[in-house]
Design a binder for this molecule. Structure first.
Ligand code: SF4
Ligand code: SF4
Ligand code: SF4
Ligand code: SF4
Length: 445
């Protein structure tokens, strides 16, 4: 059965929807699997058609844009009511994006600047007072959508790279392999001699559904890492052995990688860098969140990674996929800005050339599009690296630790530090949350 999908546009530029359309023919394989029930930006659906649907009728809702008006808040809540799963789609929805920079001023000041003082208006006018009273009221501050509704997954990017969107859609519509047999397990047809467990190596065939034609363990070397998911017929003796092995000693780096691979595949989690699921146990572990471990193989696998220094959560920064030659131990002896002239060196790291690149503090996922393909430094649109909430503060401290430049020169080159370092994430920053909390905002995570 096709997956029912709704796309919502809140305060945004429509670029995230455009990025989806940019998939062009790439959309063809997934379109038959989708039943698009609401997408006013592309198809003539009325809001009443979404309102008329029963609660939870839609499988997945993609919300693009931030909360800037009361109507945005209403639409976000409507999506939450109608959709089983909500994806925060793009940087506006996830962090507030550039629109969040407006939070530095009161809304009255913004309206005055825009409609009364802006140089391009020509003559001063009285548009603020002539605003149609039927227009939706503007909210006090810009908020990411998770300040208003509970979000299940995040797909950042301004806009998200089309490959990330396709990866997310493919993850959401994934279907069990037709050969999957839940009434048996991988061990039942395994030809490994001896069983890989006997050699002291982990293997999860005992708890994995059968029907796989690849049968990795048949080469006597490669463990089954649970791609087919849960079986209804566990091989109890072997499962107990795996559990005992996991509980016996601290997993080595090699085992920790294997265990993480098993958890990812068996639990059907999305690959890192495409879609960030709230409640993803691997992310929770990496953040040191308090977790309860079940008394089964999955619980023992997670426990084996908890507080284990051999386990490194793989979620890099933009630099990890950047092709430029960089040396992060090299001091910045000058600060350069774009307006000073073209960047002639297309191979050297921007930071090493004196430009402020947000790559080191921005989470991976875009494939370093700007430095690799655009001869442009990273502006940070995918949000902070994993485990960091304040992308701006981290950016300032990174540059401060690298710069061997007179402070007055730095100040003369960075005229708008908030706009530079918090360009995309001011509305999601801790400072902003405190302001919102004072105004009665609600965090729904
Ligand atoms: S995240 Fe970027 S591309 Fe998407 S709506 Fe916001 S501003 Fe536009
Ligand atoms: S535990 Fe692994 S190697 Fe052993 S029988 Fe099962 S699938 Fe084969
Ligand atoms: S150019 Fe930017 S993204 Fe690339 S390595 Fe240097 S700092 Fe990182
Ligand atoms: S390089 Fe930086 S600014 Fe460019 S798309 Fe990637 S995260 Fe966004």
């Amino acid at each position: 059965m096709a997956v029912k999908v709704a796309f919502m546009q809140l305060s945004s530029c429509w670029g995230c929807h455009q990025s989806l359309l940019n998939l062009h023919l790439g959309l063809l394989p997934v379109l038959p699997e989708l039943d698009i029930v609401y997408w006013p930006a592309v198809v003539d659906f009325k809001m009443s058609s979404l309102e008329a649907r029963p609660k939870g009728d839609v499988d997945v809702g993609f919300c693009e844009g931030c909360i800037r008006t009361e109507h945005d808040e209403h639409l976000a809540k409507l999506m939450r009511e109608k959709c089983k799963l909500i994806i925060s789609y793009g940087t506006c929805a996830t962090y507030g994006s550039v629109k969040g920079l407006a939070n530095q001023w009161k809304k009255e000041e913004l309206l005055q600047r825009k409609f009364q003082q802006c140089e391009s208006l020509g003559e001063p006018n009285d548009m603020v007072n002539k605003r149609d009273p039927e227009l939706t009221p503007i909210a006090d501050i810009v908020k990411p959508i998770d300040r208003v509704i509970k979000v299940d997954a995040y797909l950042p990017g301004c806009p998200p790279r089309k490959e990330n969107i396709l990866g997310a859609v493919a993850f959401l519509i994934k279907k069990n392999p037709t050969t999957m047999k839940k009434d048996t397990n991988v061990c039942a047809t395994c030809k490994a001699t001896p069983c890989i467990l006997e050699k002291g190596k982990l293997c999860w065939g005992a708890i994995t559904a059968g029907g796989c034609s690849l049968m990795c363990p048949n080469d006597n070397l490669t463990s089954c890492v649970g791609c087919y998911g849960t079986t209804n017929k566990i091989d109890k003796a072997k499962a107990d052995k795996v559990k005992a092995m996991l509980n016996a000693k601290k997993a080595s780096a090699e085992d920790a990688n294997l265990i993480a691979q098993f958890i990812l595949l068996y639990a059907g989690l999305p690959p890192q860098g495409s879609l960030y699921l709230v409640g993803d146990p691997l992310r929770k572990l990496a953040l040191g969140a308090k977790m309860e471990f079940t008394d089964d193989v999955m619980g023992a696998s997670l426990k084996a990674l908890a507080n284990n220094p051999n386990y490194k959560f793989a979620n890099g920064n933009v630099c990890a996929t950047c092709d430029r030659n960089g040396n992060m131990n090299k001091k910045m002896t000058q600060i350069k800005r774009y307006y000073e002239g073209p960047v002639y060196d297309t191979e050297q790291c921007f930071i090493n050339q004196g430009y402020i690149c947000m790559g080191p503090i921005t989470q991976a996922g875009c494939g370093a599009q700007c430095p690799n393909n655009g001869n442009t430094y990273c502006y940070g649109c995918y949000g902070p690296v994993f485990g960091v909430t304040e992308q701006g503060a981290r950016g300032i401290s990174t540059i401060a630790s690298l710069a061997d430049v007179n402070i007055d020169e730095i100040k003369s080159k960075i005229l708008d530090p908030v706009g530079l370092f918090y360009r995309f994430t001011l509305a999601a920053s801790e400072i902003n949350k405190k302001v919102d909390d004072k105004k009665g905002g609600e965090k729904k995570k």
